[in-house]
Each structure stands twice: as structure tokens, then as C-alpha cells.
Design a protein around this ligand. Structure first.
Ligand code: NAP
Length: 516
């Protein structure tokens, strides 16, 4: 019997021994950088001339790896392999599939420092964030393995005399998994193994900025006993490989995490029936957020300021759950604003490989840098720039933590996802208005309310329309199996990653009824 699930503990890098161990791992990963990585289709390594060049966003001339790039022909080859492999994999014992996940978790846990160092290099993640990303990936492996064991015999249904009814879950078919770069290990791994442990075969297309870590997951899954062809690794441009596979008539489902623009495009394209297609494709689509922290007038104001700063600037605001707007009761607005500014001024920004415990590293690439600094320019006309506002893209892509005050709730920086270290503050006359403002975007991913007023807390529970609502804490850092994660409205299909309903979305219920 497997032991009860518990989330992976985080590492304290203020402990000298832990710090030295990670510094050593960073050196070892540096020595391993700049290698070639092939595609993996049906277990076969395929090298292409054309490469994706993965770079360290903190030091753009440092090459993490050269990764072979799939095109439509290779995507078609991968589809055929996955389609054939499905015929055996769908009949595999769910316990064996779960064991592959448990063994993979053990392998990653043993190589945790190496994986953490890889995320620091390829994702530009500060130490704490890289450690949390690896821990979350381990959690997905452990949690989904256990969930599959719960689901493997289906769920009980009623039977009448001389009748035996059963209700079981069977896999869907070939799933296309398209992952983002921000949780380059956790989300990529979680969405892949959820699709695979449920008996589907997978075409994994990781984000083009972070393909090397996905190759490392492939190595782990192979070592853990995954048969060839179950997960196929096909990095390549979303616009070419992504569209081709989403449109493919043999694609049975798409599991996507990324931006609203790409998510809605996939949703539309997947709905179109192609020649030879025999099913309605299922889509699991998790998109962006415009996440709000509401501060009441009866609240711990230090907690409010700390929560805003941590949630806005952790991993440079590049989390779908990041706080990008704070709605503050007018009675306490000035106090909270001043404290947010003070705390923000204390933050350090720099290359996370060079020193430990830097709070913020770079943003992921030039496009992100340009987009974020573009929004900072917009913000200068929409509110008062209180702190930050500068960037430096000479060596890596760095943007200083930026706070705007007195921003109109309808302003662009209050409505559009910036996905960078920028937070806008606004004033509300009372708690009702604060909740109205919090709800006035098209998203509905996370939110937090800082209040000591129980009635207001209950009001928010009913009226603050977000998939993950937190009280008296920040709005980031959901834990697998503890705070299932996913949003409403244009934040996605609310599939709740790391929750008890997640795996079922990768399967279909089959009823059998036998008369004796
Ligand atoms: P993105 O630009 O939408 O890319 C996500 C993935 O989609 C990448 O693998 C990308 O490939 C691929 N893609 C691009 N165009 C495609 C197309 N036409 N067809 C199929 N796939 C295509 O998002 P991102 O910048 O990587 O990630 C940031 C976004 O993800 C933010 O909006 C954030 O809020 C959201 N996010 C949401 C959640 C959640 O749980 N709700 C979690 C994390 C992130 P290429 O890299 O090759 O372009």
C-alpha cells in the first residue's frame, strides 16, 4: 500500500549546508550546458538541423541547450506512434502506471538539487521559486499516482437482482499537452503525467523558451519504466506544430496551459470537426489571470502589504496567480500604499546563479521584457508611479518591481494581464465596492482578501468570483492536493490541477451491465 500523500517540503537556503549544496549543483549544471537535445518519438532519438536555442534569461549569451525542432512531418510521425501505442497502453494496469509516477517522483527527489539548478538556469528562477517548482512537480507525480489508484476500479453504481452494473473510467486516446515556460517543470510534468497515468498516450510540446527541462523529464520517465511511445517529446513552434496537432483528426484531447490568446485559439480550432474525425475533442484549457488582493479597513495592514509585495513580485510577477492589482479600503489606503512602497524598495533583483536568495531574477525573454516595459509606459499615464519603472536588458532581461498608485479600476494596467513585476493599487469606498472592482475583469483565477471581519469574509466567499480564493494570505503558491488550482471565466476551464477531479477529465465513463 502506498503511504498517504504529503506535499514535498521546501528547502531552507539560509542553512549554510543547503546553500553550498545548491551552489555546487549550479556549477555542475553549468558544466552540462550547451548540449544538443534530440526529439524523442517512440523512444527513438531524432536530431534535426533546425534548433531551438534555449538561453539563460539572466545572461542571454549563456546557452542552456540546443534542442531539435519538430516540424509538421515529425509531428505526424509522433501522432502515428502515439496512436499505435495507445492500443497497448490503454490496456496497461493502472497500478503499473501509478508505479511509474511514484518511481519518477523518487528519481526527481534524488536529483532535486540538479533540477532546481536547471530551473535557475533555464527559467531564471530565484532559488526559492525553483525549489518550489521542483517540489510541485514531485507533488503532481505523487498525487496523480494515488488518484489513479483511487479511480482504477471505477465508482460503485446500483444493481438490481440478477443484474451487475459497473461504472469504470477508460482513457480517451492521444492527448496533445502544450505547456508554458513559467512553471517549466511543475506544470509541464503535471499535465503530462496526468494524461499518461490515465492510460492515454501523449504528444508533449513544451514552451519554446524552456524545452531542456522537458527533455530531462523524458529521461526520468524512461528510467522509471515508461514504455516507448507513451509520451513523445516534440518541441517546436506553437504556431506550426501546435496548430497542426490541435487540428489533427486523431487528436482526442488537448491539455493546454498558457495565455488567453493561445488558449481561446486552441478552444476554437479544437471545436472544428476535421475530415475523418470520429469524436468531439476534449479541451482542458488553463489561461491567464488578473489577480486581486482586497484589503479591508478592519485588517492586519502589515500582513496586507507583505501579501501584496510577495504575491506581486515573487518570480517577477510571472505567475498566472500573481497579484497585479490591489483594491484597498480608502480608510487604510495611504498606510498600505506607503508600506508596499517601502517593502518594494527593499527587494533585490539580479542573476539568481550568482548569489543566493535574491528575491527577483529576470523575466523570460525579450518579448516579455518589451511587453512589460510597454505596460509600464502605459501605467505612467494611468496612475502615479510610486516605485520602480526601470529595466535593463543589456545582459539579461531585468525589470525592477514597479508599483502604480491611484489607478482607475478600468485602466488598462488594471484590466490586462502584464505578466511581469507590476502592481496597480486602487481605492474602494467600502467592502462592497472593493469586491465589485475585484470582479470587474474578464478573468477569475486567484484572489485574496485581507480582513478581520467575518461577515466580509463570508460575503467574499460567495461573491468574489475566482477559482482560488485565499483569506489573510497572498494569492499565489497553491499546493498540489491542498489547494486544487484553476480559474473561472477567461482564466480557463477550471480544471483544478492537483485536485480530486483533475484526472477524470482525461478519461470517459463506461457503463457495463450484465444479466445473470
Ligand atoms: P503562451 O504564449 O500562450 O504559450 C503556451 C504554450 O502554447 C507554449 O508551449 C507555446 O509554444 C504554445 N503555443 C503558442 N502558439 C500556439 C498555437 N497556435 N497552437 C498551440 N500551441 C501554441 O503562454 P506562455 O507565455 O508560455 O505562458 C504564460 C501564460 O500562461 C500567462 O498568460 C499565464 O497566466 C498562463 N498560465 C496559466 C496557468 C493556469 O494554471 N491558469 C498557469 C501558468 C501559466 P511556443 O513557446 O512555441 O510559442
Amino acid at each position: 500500500m502506498v503511504v498517504a500523500y504529503k506535499h514535498e517540503p521546501f528547502t531552507d537556503y539560509t542553512v549554510e549546508e543547503n546553500k553550498q549544496a545548491l551552489l555546487k549543483a549550479i556549477k555542475e549544471v553549468e558544466a552540462d550546458m550547451g548540449k544538443d537535445y534530440p526529439l524523442i518519438i517512440g523512444g527513438e532519438r531524432i536530431t534535426t538541423e533546425d534548433k531551438i536555442v534555449s538561453v539563460n534569461p539572466a545572461k542571454k549569451d549563456e546557452i542552456v541547450g540546443y534542442v531539435s525542432k519538430a516540424n509538421q512531418d515529425l509531428a505526424e510521425k509522433a501522432m502515428q506512434v502515439a496512436d499505435q501505442t495507445f492500443e497497448t497502453w490503454r490496456k496497461s494496469d493502472p497500478k503499473v502506471r501509478a508505479d511509474i509516477l511514484f518511481r519518477a517522483a523518487a528519481i526527481v527527489r534524488r536529483r532535486k538539487l540538479e533540477f532546481t539548478a536547471r530551473l535557475i538556469k533555464e527559467g531564471g528562477k530565484p532559488w526559492k521559486e525553483a525549489d518550489a517548482d521542483v517540489a510541485e512537480g514531485i507533488d503532481f507525480l505523487e498525487y496523480y499516482g494515488r488518484q489513479m489508484l483511487k479511480l482504477k476500479d471505477g465508482v460503485p453504481v446500483n444493481s438490481r437482482p440478477i443484474e451487475y452494473n459497473q461504472y469504470n473510467y477508460i482513457p480517451l486516446g492521444v492527448g496533445v499537452v502544450i505547456s508554458p515556460w513559467n512553471f517549466l517543470f511543475a506544470i509541464m510534468a503535471g499535465t503530462t503525467v496526468a494524461a499518461m497515468v490515465t492510460g492515454n498516450t501523449v504528444l508533449l510540446k513544451p514552451a519554446s523558451s524552456t524545452p531542456v527541462i522537458a527533455y530531462k523529464l523524458m529521461e526520468v520517465l524512461e528510467e522509471a519504466g515508461m514504455p516507448a511511445g507513451v509520451v513523445n517529446y516534440i518541441p517546436g513552434p506553437g504556431s506550426e506544430v501546435g496548430d497542426y496537432l490541435v487540428d489533427h483528426p486523431r487528436t482526442r484531447f488537448v491539455s493546454f496551459t498558457g495565455s488567453r490568446a493561445v488558449g481561446t485559439r486552441i478552444f476554437e480550432r479544437a471545436a472544428k470537426i476535421q475530415d475523418g474525425q470520429k469524436w468531439l475533442k476534449r479541451t482542458i484549457i488553463e489561461m491567464g489571470g488578473k489577480d486581486t488582493i482586497v484589503v479591508d479597513n478592519e485588517a492586519d495592514l502589515e500582513l496586507a502589504a507583505q501579501s501584496i509585495v510577495q504575491s506581486a513580485f515573487g518570480f517577477s510577477g510571472q505567475k498566472c496567480s500573481a497579484c497585479s492589482r490591489a483594491v484597498i479600503h480608502e480608510d487604510v489606503y495611504d498606510h498600505v500604499k506607503d508600506r508596499v512602497v517601502e517593502l518594494t524598495k527593499e527587494l533585490t533583483v539580479g542573476n539568481p546563479s550568482d548569489a543566493n536568495n535574491l528575491f527577483m531574477g529576470p523575466v523570460i525573454d525579450q518579448a516579455a521584457y518589451d511587453k512589460i516595459t510597454g505596460y509600464i509606459d502605459i501605467g505612467k499615464n494611468e496612475g502615479e508611479l510610486l516605485v520602480g519603472g526601470e529595466g535593463d536588458d543589456s545582459i539579461g532581461w531585468f525589470v525592477n518591481p514597479t508599483v502604480f498608485g491611484d489607478v482607475d479600476p478600468e485602466a488598462r494596467i488594471m484590466q490586462e494581464e502584464i505578466f511581469g513585476p507590476v502592481v496597480a493599487l486602487t481605492k474602494a469606498k467600502n467592502f462592497d465596492e472593493a469586491i465589485d472592482i475585484a470582479n470587474n475583469t474578464e478573468y477569475g483565477l486567484t484572489g485574496a482578501v485581507i480582513t478581520n471581519n467575518r461577515a466580509h469574509q463570508e460575503q467574499a466567499r460567495q461573491d468574489f468570483h475566482v477559482g482560488n480564493l485565499y483569506f489573510n494570505r497572498g494569492c499565489t503558491a497553491a499546493i498540489v492536493g491542498y489547494q486544487p488550482f484553476g480559474g473561472f471565466n477567461m482564466s480557463g476551464t477550471d480544471s483544478k490541477a492537483g485536485g480530486p477531479d483533475y484526472l477524470v477529465q482525461h478519461m470517459q465513463g463506461k457503463t457495463t451491465s450484465e444479466m445473470f
